[in-house]
Write a protein that binds this ligand. Structure first.
Ligand code: PMP
Ligand code: GLN
Length: 381
């Protein structure tokens, strides 16, 4: 048997729950992916790109047209234009970007602060780099960061702070005060900020996404990660990107060029045209999902599950304490096998799950028919 480099890692909870859903013909509101197609223009663009012969290696950092489109979109959304050549890198999804950033910038023996609950790919990347993840819990009720606790966790070995807004799994979002707190926290040290903004366009109720890219003091020390999978309903295409200042981008690309070298060429052409020709898609994404969020929350109120507020992203947390006293892993299993609805427990997102937390995550990036069918089953609880 090989000596494992990742003793804490098993199969991800997303795979476990999707498999269980398939075995039990459950409606899968677990793993986060839309059950509706990407925009027609994007599909046509992909087909056209392949037929036009864009089937060989792309440039390592991404095709120029896509990097330009990303730079233009960033300026349009956040009022600042990155240099498309030196500061934008196209990656094979946000996961690759996060892995590369950690490996490029964090040395063995250094520390990376993560805020629990956090997305599951952060810690394995840190572990493989020979570094240490330092977990600071978010408020268990509101999922707001405790910046004083983050400050207290900083040591001379801290190399990176990872943040995620809108947040998976809770949907919580940073406000201007959080950005100010991060600025204060990082002033005078050389900690790199990794900002995971994959749900940047899925924000609700007129709120503004506080992208790190809006803030000069932060963006000059940050790696900002995004994913077209979330924005364009194509999680399986695995295309994302990173925006970082030239020196950080140069180090980032050293890992990217030997990890994947480049990202699926025809999709890059399709995204370049889509971003340029139909900005309405990302501009209207918040309204599109807000309708789903509101309808689903309303329906959930006819069940014994209690929906929590969802400021952003496409996940609805529900408190199931009126239904069951099982722990969340057992509850999500039971809900799948006995009631035919798959969800995601929160405890795998934590180093130390809050004792007694009775929350499950439901993905509402689904058609009305899927959500209606799930609600009918949940009403029987
Ligand atoms: N970060 C967060 C917070 C996510 O939710 C996800 C995927 N759902 C990723 C990163 C990875 O994105 P990708 O599929 O583009 O690798
Ligand atoms: N990010 C998706 C989620 O949170 C899952 C992606 C995956 O399965 N790796 O549900």
């Amino acid at each position: 048997m090989p000596r494992t480099k990742l003793p804490k890692v098993g199969t991800t909870i997303f795979t476990v729950m999707s498999q269980l859903a398939a075995e039990h013909q459950a409606i899968n509101l677990g793993q986060g992916f839309p059950d509706f197609p990407p925009p027609g223009r994007l599909l046509e663009g992909l087909d056209a790109a392949m037929r036009a012969g864009h089937n060989q290696y792309a440039p390592m950092s991404g095709i120029p047209a896509l990097r330009q489109a990303i730079a233009d979109k960033t300026e349009r959304c956040y009022g600042w234009r990155p240099d498309a050549d030196a500061e934008v890198t196209v990656t094979s999804g946000a996961s690759e970007a996060i892995f590369d950033a950690v490996h490029a910038l964090v040395h063995a023996g250094e520390e990376v602060i993560v805020l629990d609950p956090c997305y599951d790919c952060y810690e394995p990347a840190i572990d493989l780099a020979g570094a240490k993840a330092v977990h600071v819990p978010l408020d268990p009720a509101t999922f707001a960061p405790d910046w004083e606790a983050v400050c207290a966790a900083i040591t001379p070995r801290t190399r990176m702070l990872m943040v995620n807004s809108p947040h998976n799994p809770s949907g919580a979002m940073f406000g201007a005060d959080d950005i100010a707190a991060i600025e204060d926290l990082l002033r005078g040290n050389d900690i790199v900020l990794l900002s995971d903004e994959v749900y940047e366009h899925i924000v609700f109720d007129g709120a503004r996404h506080e992208s790190v890219l809006r803030h000069p003091a932060l963006r000059q020390r940050a790696v900002v990660v995004s994913s077209f999978g979330k924005t364009y309903h194509c999680t399986g295409w695995k295309v994302g990107y990173v925006i970082a200042p030239p020196a950080l981008s140069a180090e980032f690309r050293k890992v990217h060029q030997y990890n994947t070298f480049c990202t699926f060429t025809p999709a890059q052409h399709a995204f370049a045209a889509m971003i340029r020709d139909e900005p309405e898609h990302y501009e209207q994404l918040g309204a599109f999902y807000q309708e789903k969020r509101d309808r689903f929350a309303e329906q959930l109120r006819t069940t014994r599950l209690r929906p929590l507020p969802v400021p952003g992203g496409y996940f609805q947390l529900v408190d199931y304490s009126a239904v069951s006293d099982l722990d969340d892993l057992a509850f999500c299993r039971w809900l799948t096998t006995e009631h035919g609805v798959a969800s995601i427990p929160l405890s795998p997102f934590y180093e130390t799950p809050p004792p007694g937390q009775r929350l499950a995550r439901l993905c509402f990036a689904k058609s009305e028919a899927t959500l209606d069918a799930a609600i009918t089953r949940l009403q029987r609880l």
